[in-house]
Structures are given as structure tokens and as C-alpha cells.
Design a protein around this ligand. Structure first.
Ligand SMILES: CSC[C@H]1O[C@@H](n2cnc3c(O)ncnc32)[C@H](O)[C@@H]1O
Ligand SMILES: [Zn+2]
Length: 429
């Protein structure tokens, strides 16, 4: 066993108290060994002036959409997808997706994110990029039925399940998988009835977009006379370990259903504001006991992958929507970005305590915009930026040290992504 001591900082504990102390990590097993007054390590990572916090969890992303950052803005979801995003995505190649995913991974590491959930295409490429980066992920091949005949739609489901079965546990267990139908309106009911049980047999959780916009909810209610998540429940899609993205337009019955089933919701406040989708009822979810995580969604609807931004957005939007400054407080959004995300993705992480995975972010608090520190949790929720993260550690491995990404070549990744983005857009014209 070799150990790493993260020394000289203050530690954010699971009860949100902040105390001076070190964190001792086994960098072979990737486990936290001790917190507080710990033994010397074989190596030391300096954390003076810093706050050591759980690595952030981005629970809903389309990583390779970094290539489409700024490509199409200022439209609502439906026309944005149909007029801009899906036509250009039809031109994507495996190497484009690899380049865009690597760019996302650099961005995630640099902002202290240690785990993310991704729904996209060319997922073996995404899995390899994740393996290389040292991060942790829940990955799923996204299934969309729009514009496909039955044979092609069926092949899409098969690809999603094949990927999920083959890659679960990849990269020393850092990659886990999910079965990812895109949404309840873009995937055919009869194929969901056929393939959801197969995902259950394979023991793979489900992740899909749900109740994101009124335009998506209203036709389901009109056609079926039931709420979208009741329809999903009828299809067996609301189970423990599943997690849905957005949940903006859920009513009280749906909130209760998610709480009963133990299905988590991933709140994506920036995407919901940018596409003008609405404000998710976060206080209702939390009061009902639903696990709430945070996600950026893709970089094309955000337009970055900085979960510190997302925490701030979640708090601000929550207060604004409720007309109540005490709604969605600082502690709630820090919990969503750490323990909530880890729970949604089924990871033994998100809390700094012995025995948990050593997924950590070390945030430099010696900055003008973080001075003074009356309340470290307040600073994290309202004032910290991704660029304040000094070190990122995942599974006990230091993946960024003093802002240098150690697992990926940042400059090369940026150059390659910019080239792929330009070629992609030229092909789509
Ligand atoms: C089938 S892979 C994922 C698919 O989802 C698209 N997408 C990106 N952002 C959103 C969003 O906010 N709601 C619904 N779908 C979204 C992405 O472009 C891919 O086509
Ligand atoms: Zn999405």
C-alpha cells in the first residue's frame, strides 16, 4: 500500500462542518483511510490555505457537445434540437466524439469534478477517454427513435444494451454503465416495453430526460390522460438506482412517485434557464425525500461544465422561483453537487470519511473573491469558481496538481477539439 496525505488544509465533513485536518488516502485501493489527525503519508499534497471537499459529481451531461459550445444559442429546446443540434450531430464521427469528450474531461478535471454521467454516441470512445483521464463515469449510449424505421430503432436499443453490458466495470471499475433512452417522447413505447426488462435483467440502471419542457409534458398528458412519470412507471422505468434528468414540470403525484421508488432527479438549472424550460420544484423534491443531484447538461445549452456555476445557479433560480430567499440554501446545493450526485450515480463517494472512495477537490481559498471566509459552505455555493480548484483527486490518483492536468495533455486536447469542431460544422453546412 502507498499513501498520500493531503495536508495543511481545512476539510468539509459530511455534516457540512469545516475543520482543520488532513486526509490520508490509499492511492492503490483508491480509498480514504483517515480524516483529521492522520499518520504521515508516503507522499504529501499541499493544501495550506485550501478547503478539501468531495469531488463534484456532474450527474447529467453530453460530454462531446463541447464541440457545439456556442454553435446554436437562444432557442427553446424543441427547435434547438430539431433545427440545429440533431442535423449537426448526424455528421459526428467517432474521432469527433473522442476529441469533444477529451475537451470535456479537461474542463471537468479543472473545475474539481471527479465523476459524471454521460448520455451520447460512440460510447466505447467515451469510455476510453474516461479511462485515460482517471475520472469516474456512468456512461450510456443514447437511444433516439426520431427519424428511424423500426429496424434502425431496434438496433439503437441493442447498441445501448450491448455497450452497457460490455463496459460495466471498465477502467478498474471507474466506468459503470446505464441504459439511456433519450426521453419519453422521442423513443417508441413498444420498444421501451421490450427493452426496459432487458436492461433490468442485465442489472443496468436507467437514465433519461423527463418533464423537461411543457411541450414535452402536454402531449403525453393529452394522449394518455396520465402524467409522464406515471407513464414511465407503467413501463417499469421508475426504479431505485434510476435517475432522471431535469424534472422541471413534475406535479405533486410525480414527486411522490419518485420519492416512493427511490429514483433520483438531476437538476440542470443553467440549461433550464438558457432554453427557458422552467424552474424545477427543488424544495418539493427535497421535502419529499427525493435524491437531487446537479448536472450541467451538454456544453451547448449551458455553456460550460463548471459545477460551481451550477451550484450558484441552482440556489439563485430556486430562490427566484419560490419568491423566498431561504429556498434552496447554500448547504442544499453543495449537497446536490456532492453526496446527492454520488447517490444518484450509485457511487460510494461524495462524502469525506474513512472507507469512501478518495474522490476529492482541493479548493484554494486564498483569493480576493473568497475573502473573508465567514462560512466556507457559503463561499462554495455563491463565490467559488471552477478555476479556484487547485488539485483534483479521483480514486486516490492525483489527476490535477497545482492546476496542471496530469492525465491529459491540455493544450493538445484543446487544439484537437477546435479542429474537430470546425470540420464538423463545415460538413454540416
Ligand atoms: C441520444 S444522445 C443525447 C441527445 O440528447 C440531446 N440533448 C442535449 N441536451 C438536451 C436536452 O436539454 N434535452 C433533451 N435532449 C438534449 C443531445 O443533443 C443528443 O442528441
Ligand atoms: Zn440532456
Amino acid at each position: 500500500m502507498t499513501t498520500l496525505r493531503i495536508a495543511g488544509g481545512r476539510v468539509l465533513h459530511p455534516d457540512f462542518s469545516v475543520r482543520e485536518g488532513d486526509v490520508l488516502v490509499d492511492d492503490e485501493s483508491g480509498e480514504i483511510l483517515a480524516v483529521g489527525d492522520v499518520a504521515d503519508g508516503d507522499a504529501t499534497l499541499d493544501a495550506h490555505g485550501c478547503l478539501v471537499m468531495p469531488g463534484l459529481v456532474n450527474a447529467h451531461c453530453h460530454a462531446a457537445m463541447t464541440l457545439l459550445r456556442g454553435y446554436a444559442d437562444d432557442k427553446p429546446l424543441e427547435s434547438w434540437l430539431r433545427e440545429d443540434v440533431w442535423p449537426v450531430e448526424a455528421e459526428l464521427t467517432d474521432t469527433d466524439i473522442r476529441a469533444g469528450t477529451e475537451l470535456a474531461l479537461v474542463e471537468l478535471v479543472k473545475a474539481g469534478t471527479t465523476a459524471f454521467a454521460d448520455m451520447y454516441f460512440s460510447m466505447p470512445e467515451v469510455a476510453e477517454a474516461v479511462a485515460e483521464s482517471g475520472l469516474r463515469a456512468r456512461l450510456g449510449h443514447g437511444v433516439v427513435g426520431v427519424g428511424k424505421d423500426e429496424e434502425a430503432a431496434r438496433a439503437d436499443h441493442e447498441e445501448s444494451l450491448d455497450f452497457a453490458r460490455e463496459y460495466d466495470g471498465y477502467a478498474d471499475g471507474r466506468v459503470r454503465t446505464i441504459y439511456t433512452p433519450h426521453s419519453l417522447t422521442t423513443v417508441d413505447e413498444s420498444l421501451l416495453r421490450e427493452y426496459v426488462p432487458k436492461a433490468r435483467e442485465a442489472g443496468v440502471p436507467l437514465h433519461y430526460h423527463a418533464n423537461e419542457t411543457r411541450d414535452e409534458v402536454d402531449p403525453i398528458v393529452e394522449e394518455r390522460d396520465e402524467r409522464p412519470l406515471e407513464y414511465a412507471d407503467d413501463l417499469g422505468m421508475v426504479e431505485e438506482d434510476d435517475f432522471v434528468a431535469h424534472g422541471v414540470h413534475s406535479d405533486a403525484r410525480e414527486v411522490e412517485l419518485l420519492a416512493e421508488r427511490g429514483t433520483a432527479v438531476v437538476h440542470c438549472p443553467a440549461s433550464n434557464m438558457k432554453l427557458a424550460s422552467g424552474a424545477a420544484p427543488i424544495p418539493s423534491y427535497r421535502e419529499a425525500g427525493v435524491t437531487v443531484a446537479l448536472g450541467t447538461d451538454g456544453a451547448a445549452s449551458n455553456n460550460d461544465l463548471d459545477l460551481f456555476d451550477e451550484m450558484r445557479d441552482a440556489a439563485m433560480l430556486g430562490k427566484h422561483a419560490a419568491g423566498d430567499a431561504s429556498a434552496v440554501p447554500a448547504e442544499a446545493v453543495v449537497e446536490m453537487a456532492t453526496a446527492g450526485g454520488a447517490d444518484a450515480l450509485g457511487l460510494d463517494a461524495g462524502r469525506i470519511e474513512a472507507g469512501r472512495r478518495a474522490d476529492l477537490a482541493v479548493v484554494d481559498f486564498e483569493a480576493a473573491h473568497l475573502t473573508p471566509t465567514h462560512d466556507a459552505v457559503s463561499n462554495l455555493a455563491y463565490a467559488t469558481r471552477g478555476s479556484d480548484v487547485r488539485h483534483t483527486i479521483c480514486d486516490g490518483e492525483v489527476v490535477m496538481c497545482d492546476r496542471e492536468v496530469l492525465t491529459l495533455d491540455e493544450d493538445a486536447v484543446r487544439e484537437r477539439a477546435a479542429e474537430h469542431a470546425a470540420d464538423l460544422v463545415a460538413r454540416a453546412e
